[in-house]
Design a binder for this molecule. Structure first.
Ligand code: SAH
Length: 441
């Protein structure tokens, strides 16, 4: 097999990234946008030792679940993977992905429930980050840093096209320069948006603290964006792929959003993590509540607590909540959110979970919540948790492969994975969230 070979194969699987996969000459061939069960014709674009990448040229026998993609950027963007697939098949894929990861990578035999789907696959994202370059404002082309000019991302909120249009207009009118990743020259790098009940906060990420025509920018955004509640400047002068710098300057309005989940309100600063799909967040947190099954007497550790959401969602049913989080702004929000929600039985510590948890000796937990970022937990943290002898752990994960690894570690430390509930927080993308209950054997 070599580059530019034409192939015809049957798609027999779907990868972790949502790509179709078939076999030829004893090798796996990955074909983005080809669906399970299809017969396709493609061209080999890259050959590795035991696998190859192909580009889809023609669907010879289409899947009955293939649909016309609604998003005009779908085949260029790479953020979503399933706009060409009936949603029910996407859900099947997500459940299966979790089952496969847990069984193969973690040798976990617990029951995996069917994923809980999301009733709305459009407009669910409350956070956007849009790269800016000389080619426009929008999205990166798949596997590259070339910017494709874009009007509307369907999974984003309705105000986003207006934000993009307003910034475009301002840059054009006042000849404000876009950043150039290669030379490091130019001013505007990204547009970052956050939406909540309180409105929409727009941050312009620029290389310098001196933003020309800042007042004009605010006026244009105010005129064009309904529900605008704040305009911020974020300064990022480093040569890096990280979108946000550490420093924000408020140009107008609020520097945070307020959003609600159930009866609770949360103040969220731009550097603090917040789930991107509000509707499904409630579904997820209700699962956490169900799995934690509190009686009012428990001490609950909320590790990787962010702005305190999960712990505060449980606080009424617990004796005490102890949160740990590494981002200082998030811990500050968590403390503010205690006041917003009249919660008095929570306390927060800023630092890494692996460093701080061993210091909580006098607060022996009855339930531990783990909600780490994609890379999962440090093994040392899992050992600390096990050493407390805690009977119940609820693990919330946004990445099945690291979840599988961590569940294996916890099982080897004496816990049993009882039940796994996937939740679709990210419709149309290959990502899936899981809520897991473990108990001490
Ligand atoms: N439970 C929260 C946040 C989950 S996201 C919610 O539901 O909204 C994961 C969080 O872990 C982020 O806020 C991130 O800043 C934090 N984090 C990342 N590494 C960490 C570490 N080593 N120790 C503690 N917190 C960490």
């Amino acid at each position: 097999m070599k580059k530019n070979d034409i192939f015809e194969i049957e798609i027999t699987g779907t990868t972790d990234d949502g790509d179709g996969v078939g076999r030829m000459d004893g090798m796996a061939v990955f074909v983005p946008y080809a669906l399970l069960g299809e017969k396709v014709r493609g061209i080999i674009v890259k050959v590795m030792k035991s696998y190859a990448f192909g580009k889809l040229l023609e669907v010879i026998e289409p899947s009955p679940y293939r649909i016309k993609a609604e998003c005009e950027y779908f085949y260029k963007c790479g953020g979503c993977r399933f706009w060409n697939t009936e949603y029910e098949k996407e859900l099947e894929y997500k459940t299966q992905k979790v089952k496969d990861c847990l069984a193969r990578l973690g040798k976990i035999s617990a029951e995996v429930k069917d994923v809980i789907g999301c009733s709305e696959a459009r407009g669910y994202r409350n956070k956007g980050q849009f790269p800016v370059s000389k080619d426009g404002i929008g999205i990166y082309a798949q596997n590259s840093h070339r910017v494709i000019d874009m009007n509307r991302c369907i999974i984003q909120g309705a105000e986003n096209p207006k934000v993009l249009a307003a910034v475009r207009k301002w840059m054009k009118q006042y000849s404000v320069s876009p950043y150039d990743e290669e030379t490091g020259k130019g001013l505007i790098r990204h547009i970052y948006t956050r939406n909540g009940d309180s409105g929409c906060v727009v941050a312009i990420v620029a290389t310098s603290e001196k933003l020309p025509f800042a007042e004009e920018l605010v006026e244009i955004l105010k005129a064009e964006v309904n529900g605008l509640s704040g305009v911020l400047l974020n300064i990022n002068s480093k040569k890096t792929n990280v979108v946000l710098g550490k420093k924000f300057v408020t140009l107008w309005g609020e520097d945070h959003i307020i959003d609600s989940i159930g009866d609770l309100k949360f103040r969220i600063s731009p550097l603090s993590f917040y789930q991107v799909n509000k509707k499904q967040t409630k579904v997820l947190y209700d699962k956490v509540k169900e799995f934690a099954n509190l009686s009012g007497k428990e001490i609950v550790w909320d590790l990787y607590c962010g702005i305190g959401t999960i712990g505060q969602y449980l606080a009424n049913d617990a004796k005490k909540v102890v949160g740990i989080e590494v981002v200082p702004e998030a811990i500050q929000n968590a403390k503010e959110n205690m006041k917003l929600n009249s919660i008095e039985n929570a306390e927060y510590y800023c630092g890494t979970a692996e460093e701080m948890a061993p210091r909580l000796k006098d607060k022996k937990p009855d339930v531990v919540i783990l909600d780490p970022p994609r890379k999962g937990c440090e093994e040392s943290l899992l050992k600390t948790v096990a050493r407390t002898g805690v009977k119940k752990i609820v693990y919330v994960s946004c990445k099945p492969s690291t979840l599988a690894r961590d569940l294996r570690i916890l099982e080897d430390l004496g816990y049993r994975t009882e039940i796994v509930q996937p939740v679709d927080m990210f419709p149309r993308t290959p990502h899936v969230e899981c809520c897991v209950r473990l108990c001490r054997e």
